[in-house]
Structure formats: C-alpha cells, structure tokens
Ligand binder design. Structure first.
Ligand SMILES: Cc1ncc(COP(=O)(O)O)c(C=O)c1O
Length: 392
C-alpha cells in the first residue's frame, strides 16, 4: 500500500491537512525525476553545499579500537550536518510548486539552520518552530537562523521540545497552505514525508558505497548511524540494504540508561502507535499517551521514529541498539582527541556503538555516518563533563 513500509507508515491526519500533503505527493511525481529538477539539485548539492562529502579513514582510532573505522563526513556539508541534503531538495520543490514560504520544525537547530539557508539561497521566506527548551540549549543555532533571515518561533506547549514544535508547525500549515510548504526535517511524519526525506538523504549512501569500494576494494562489514526521526540513518542505509554481507546498525538514544528513566528509544522500548500522522514505534504509557523522551543529544530527543526504521527492525534487516548519554559523551571526546574531529552528540551515539562493540568486531571494517559537527553542543558537553568532575 502506498505510504506504508510493512505495517508502518500511512497518513493519519485531520481532514484539513490532507490537501497540502496530496499536493506535495503530486509535485513529487511531477518533479523528482524531471531532468531539469535533478540537474539543478545536483548543481546546488555540489557547488553550494559542498558534495561529495569525504569518506575519512581514522588511523589512530582504528589502532586504539582494533577495528577499521571510516567516517562519512556529513559534518563537512554546508551548515554542518546532513540536514541540508533534504532542505535544498524540499526548497527547490516548493519553488517549483510556486510557494513563497518554507515552514519547519527543529530540535537541535540543525534542520532549522539548513531550512533557513536553503530558503535564503532560493529566495523563499522561512519560519521555524522550535521548543522553548531547545531554544535555550541550542542558542548558537537560533542566532544562526535569525542571521540567515528566518523567523524563529519558540513553542511553549508540552515538553517544549521537538514533538511540540512539530505539532505547532502542522497547525500553522493548515492555516497557510496556499503559499507555504512544510519542509519536514526527518524521515517520519505522514506520507509522503518519510519517502520524500529518504529520497533526498539517500545521496549519503550513494556516495559512501562508491567511495568505500574505491578506497578499500570491499564493502564495509558494518554500517552504523544514529537514529532520531531517522533521516541520516535511512540516507546512510538505503544503498546498502541489498548487500546481505553488510551488517547494518541503527543506534537509539538510551538517555541516562537508568531503569525507569526517560530515553529516546521507541524501537527498543516502545510499542506501535500513531504520532504526527504516522503509525510507527512510539514511546507511550499503558493508556497509549505519548511519553516524554530524553537524550543529551537534542536531535535524538523524540518519542517516535520514522516508519521505514520500524519496518527494518521488524524484518530484522537492521539491528537497533542502545547507547547512553555518558557513552555518547565519551565517544565525542574520543574522536576529538584521536582524530581532530568534534562530532555532534547525535553522531557520537553511532561512534559510541563502535567503541562499545569493538572487542566483538575486531579487525572488521566499520562505516559510521558522522551526521554533524559538534560545535553546537560545546555548552552541553562542558556542562556534562563538569557534572562528572572533568574539564574540557
Ligand atoms: C547532527 C544530527 N545528527 C542526527 C540528527 C537526528 O536526526 P535524524 O534521525 O533525522 O538524522 C540530528 C537532528 O537534529 C542532527 O542535528
């Protein structure tokens, strides 16, 4: 069925949200495979965003861990994370559809910055909804969005994080659909967003698979990515899914890791349920109420996950493991010290999986999606280290 991945996905939205989603779906059918659209997007990705991003072998970390560690460097993409692959695609689509404005939600702020940049580049206005808690903890990104000409709207409902920002953005879209497209930031939400975002992010594995083969002559033994809503991970996985010899690992945030504490791991500890217009794995209580999530990485702090990941977990093609806040923080320091690369706390979850499992995967090759750079997280890293009696 269209918009479904196995039993997951769909479009569970109020009637008033159906027309803009159908309009978007129709525009995808017209433009995504059109030569003029594809060549303009490729030009933007290469000459504006800086693709192809490098594939970096990490010699010191590899020696230390006893594995062969390679990184796909989405941290080097313009604006500092993979998010721009998607926002350039969606901004171009909105422009072709005759829209004047982009609307977006953001958690860590990276999608907000990428939306603001794509809108500025393509002559569109941008309005970004962001939970008030995230506005406070990701301040540098708020300033970047404003400098790029976007309007940032703090959301004070609910837990004041990503989930609430998405609710507000959908509400706003209902009232402004004539001139506005919702530029959704991850491969989740109602159909067609999971497919649209995965389509634009698949460039990550398209490049990485070729680069890995040309640098090493082989495919990697493991491909690893952190899973928030799931866009960097699905982008990293797509072109490896048919390679049966490649083990694929999605990493969910376990939060503090203490029993009973909040986490952001719906595949590992959630149940099927509906949130933001999709049926997927979801953190919820006995009565089906959505539970608040927690992660040290603002971009992973979300109680749901994209439906394709829920399906890949159900079929067993991808294994989804857990990494705690402390393990991610240690991985962030490890890469900074050994390779001179400061990873985002989101990406540090994927790295932490390699560090934790190094003894079991000795001498194997691992490809990690370094989804973003860690500059935005310096304040959080410093605070977390101080709590543990450490300094930068
Ligand atoms: C650097 C980085 N990595 C990963 C994520 C998680 O999002 P997704 O699961 O859509 O890749 C975010 C979200 O903001 C991010 O900023």
């Amino acid at each position: 069925m269209k918009g479904y991945y196995g039993q997951f996905g769909g479009r569970f939205v109020p009637e008033l949200l159906s027309p803009p989603l159908v309009e978007l779906e129709e525009a995808m059918a017209i433009f995504l495979n059109q030569e003029a659209f594809k060549s303009e997007l490729i030009d933007l990705l290469i000459n504006y965003a800086g693709r192809a991003t490098p594939l970096t072998f990490c010699p010191a970390s590899s020696r230390e861990l006893g594995v062969k560690l390679h990184l796909k460097r989405e941290d080097l993409l313009h604006t500092g994370a993979h998010k721009l692959n998607n926002t350039l695609g969606q901004a171009l689509l909105a422009q072709r559809m005759g829209k004047k404005k982009l609307l977006a939600e953001t958690g860590a702020g990276m999608h907000g910055v990428a939306t603001a940049a794509a809108a500025a580049r393509l002559g569109l206005e941008a309005e970004i909804f962001m939970g008030a808690v995230d506005v406070a903890r990701q301040r540098p990104n708020v300033d970047r969005m404003r400098l790029l000409g976007a309007k940032v709207i703090p959301v004070t409902e609910g837990t004041q994080t990503l989930k609430d920002a998405i609710n507000e953005a959908f509400r706003h879209w209902i009232a402004h659909q004539a001139d506005t497209n919702y530029c959704f930031g991850t491969s989740a939400g109602p159909h067609p967003f999971p497919e649209l975002v995965a389509h634009f992010q698949a460039v990550i594995s398209l490049e990485a698979r070729r680069q890995f083969l040309s640098q090493t002559g082989n495919l990697p033994d493991y491909v690893v990515a952190a899973v928030g809503g799931g866009s960097n991970a699905i982008g990293m996985f797509r072109h490896f899914l048919e390679d049966a010899e490649v083990d694929i690992i999605g990493v969910e945030a376990a939060g503090t890791g203490e029993p009973g504490c909040y986490n952001s791991a719906p595949i590992n500890v959630g149940r099927p349920g509906v949130l933001h217009g999709q049926l997927s794995m979801l953190l919820q209580d006995e009565a089906g109420q959505v539970l608040p999530s927690h992660s040290i990485a603002a971009g992973l702090d979300y109680p749901g996950v994209g439906p394709e990941h829920a399906h890949l977990a159900a079929t067993g093609r991808v294994r989804y493991d857990l990494i705690t806040d402390d393990e991610a923080l240690d991985a962030c320091r490890f890469l900074s010290i050994h390779e001179g690369i400061i990873p985002a706390l989101e990406s540090s979850h994927a790295l932490a999986w390699v560090i934790k499992h190094a003894p079991e995967i000795k001498d194997r090759s691992v490809l990690v999606c370094l989804s973003g750079r860690g500059d935005k997280d310096l304040g959080i890293i410093q605070e977390a280290m101080e709590k543990r009696g450490l300094t930068l």
